[in-house]
Design a protein around this ligand. Structure first.
Ligand SMILES: NC(=O)C1=CN([C@@H]2O[C@H](COP(=O)(O)OP(=O)(O)OC[C@H]3O[C@@H](n4cnc5c(N)ncnc54)[C@H](O)[C@@H]3O)[C@@H](O)[C@H]2O)C=CC1
Ligand SMILES: O=C([O-])CC(=O)C(=O)O
Length: 338
């Protein structure tokens, strides 16, 4: 817990480091909430050249936290400096959407960032780097990033759907007036978009000390198959409509949950949602970045197998897969047209 830790520091790059998500995220990393209270860190903070002044202010604030785990904070607009020898890469830097937009409307503006940064990641990062893409459209940006970083193992790439997962837990918990930690094994399938399928068919909730299937506890299939799903699918847009800015505090918390579980492993008999490169599980196109139920042991990610998919769920999964295939094709066009 102190500066006398004997562990070697790990290098973590955060892109978009002068933005609003990073502003919520950096403190949690520096405080040891993600990689451990005895794990020193060196932060590589990447943003674009016009943001270097702002980023300097962020670095001053990092210093002023006086947190003992921080062994360095390097502000930069150079991809080489940013990605050099990093152990963890958090790709937050990208344009956020405004009210009335879908996340895929950002594709043309953002996907080129991931082509350029994928190429740099491939060249400069450690081959063991753990990669999380947050910038939207997150699944498709991750697809492009991985494509341009062919020397890094496919299982090292992921995108963030943990915020959707947390939103789904919160909706169920609120409905039953229990704490969200009592809700287990929800699944976000597919795209981090309004076609995602928040699935609670195998989720349980602990009510009065007993794990009960969510469907039995809620006793309202109509709500679970309609309003619950659309609330989770559209939660990002609802926050933008209210705040005039996209979710940042909850996004930063979800990034921490995602990376902490990757670093430390998931609990026995529990899973989380992560976008990963599909190996064809559940008949999803191989290579697509698709959100699945995930378990992690010793740093190794595996897709939970054998869950029953009924006709209704298959239809929901097909819909989000179809959108991801279209996005992928558009992204490939956008990155090969110049
Ligand atoms: N996957 C998810 O669950 C979520 C994803 N997001 C997405 O995360 C992204 C960031 O959101 P915010 O922090 O709110 O946006 P922001 O606009 O506050 O910050 C983005 C930062 O990225 C920087 N940036 C732009 N191009 C860059 C480049 N080529 N290299 C490095 N930095 C670059 C900008 O200068 C800015 O400082 C957006 O695309 C947003 O839609 C937001 C919430 C949840
Ligand atoms: O909705 C947005 O554009 C930001 C985001 O990804 C989310 O809050 O889930």
């Amino acid at each position: 817990m102190s500066s006398s830790s004997t562990k070697e520091p790990i290098r973590i790059v955060i892109t978009g480091a002068a933005g609003q998500i990073a502003y919520s995220l950096i403190h949690q990393i520096c405080n040891g909430d993600v990689f451990g209270k005895d794990q020193p860190v060196i932060l590589h903070l990447l943003d674009i050249t016009p943001m270097m002044g702002v980023l300097q202010g962020v670095v001053m604030e990092i210093e002023d936290t006086s947190l003992p785990l921080v062994k360095g904070a390097i502000p930069t607009d150079s991809e080489e400096t940013a990605f050099k020898d990093v152990d963890v890469a958090l790709f937050v830097g990208a344009m956020p959407r405004k009210e009335g937009m879908e996340r895929k409307d950002l594709l043309n503006a953002n996907v080129k960032i991931f082509k350029s940064q994928g190429t740099a990641l491939d060249k400069f990062a450690k081959k063991s780097v753990k990669v999380l893409v947050v910038g939207n459209p997150a699944n498709t940006n991750c697809y492009i990033l991985a494509h341009y970083a062919p020397s890094i193992p496919r299982e090292n790439f992921s995108c963030l759907t943990r915020l959707d997962h947390n939103r789904a837990k919160a909706q169920i918990a609120n409905r039953l007036k229990v704490s969200p930690e009592n809700v287990k094994n929800v699944i976000i399938w597919g795209n981090h978009s309004s076609t995602q399928f928040p699935d609670v068919r195998s989720a349980t909730v602990n009510v009065n000390g007993k794990d009960t299937p969510v469907y039995d506890a809620i006793k309202d299939d109509n709500w679970l198959k309609n309003d619950f799903i659309s609330t989770v699918q559209k939660r990002g847009a609802a926050v933008i409509a209210a705040r005039k800015l996209s979710s940042a505090m909850s996004a930063a918390k979800a990034i921490c949950d995602h990376m902490r579980d990757w670093w430390n492993g998931t609990k026995d008999n529990e899973w989380v949602s992560m976008g990963v490169i599909s190996d064809g599980s559940y008949d999803i196109e191989k290579g697509l970045v698709f959100s699945y139920p995930i378990q992690i042991k010793d740093g190794k990610i595996s897709i939970v197998q054998g869950l029953k998919i009924d006709d209704w769920s298959r239809e929901m999964i097909e819909k989000t897969q179809k959108e991801l295939v279209e996005e992928k094709n558009d992204a490939v066009k956008a990155t090969t047209s110049d």
